[in-house]
Design a protein around this ligand. Sequence first.
Ligand code: R5P
Length: 285
Amino acid sequence: MATIVPAPSSQSVAAALAATGVGTLTTPTYEWFTDDETLLSVPEFDDDAAIVVGSTATNDAHIELLQLQDAVREAGATDITTVIPYLGYARQDQAFKTGQPVSARAMAKAISTGTDRVIVVNPHEPDVTDFFTVPTEAVDAAAALADPLDDLSEPLFVAPDEGATTLATTTRDAYGEGEVDYFEKERDYDTGAVEVTPSDATVEGRDVVLVDDIIATGGTMSGAIDALHDHDVGRVYACCVHPVLAGAARTKLAAAGVEAVIGTDTIERAVSDVSVAPAIADVLR
Ligand code: R5P
């Protein structure tokens, strides 16, 4: 049996992972000092194997994950798996302008130094796993997004951009019926403004489930919802694996007329209706 070590950012998902039976939960100590430094410690444990679970949605969360990895090595773990439910900086997977870093690579290298293996849930680009220097697997948890969906009328599963079509298909397959389509998205990288162009699919009277990997500012999803409401659409659901929901994103979606926002617990939010723990456990077993 392995010891599961939760980072502050991932306590619910770590508990859900322990409930699957892949390990035993331990309770670390988290200290935050007035100079902004952190000290995360683990109690003594007997297992050789440790599973450190930590999403890196903030800069502090990156440091906290590195500290826990080091703490479990100090505590005697010889086989460390690092589970990253949400990998921050994954969208900075290349230098988009001269002088920029490849931030995803920098983070992956740092995380790799403290672990023997990495599991990451729905990284923004699958190739990001190549930046890690230890064996790394991506987990697709999009099927779980279908669980809370009501009985839908003539459902249409839509990716707000072409890249998310696989996720929309996975969610549709898990729901069991419906068509899949995608919209075209243009983002102005200077202003961040998003323009979403709907497809030719008939949406009148149909329930539409929008599926994306991340909802961050909510610009993409609210743009897609606006485009749907230009027609006589039925209910519109906004689903994502990673509910970053920065700033006023949740309000933006409500104002656009969303029926419900459905997310997972990769980032612990009020909309985290489903857990990615079973999908992670499948890879760990
Ligand atoms: C981009 O390609 C991603 O899949 C998401 O569509 C994007 O990160 C969402 O960001 P926002 O909510 O800020 O529009």
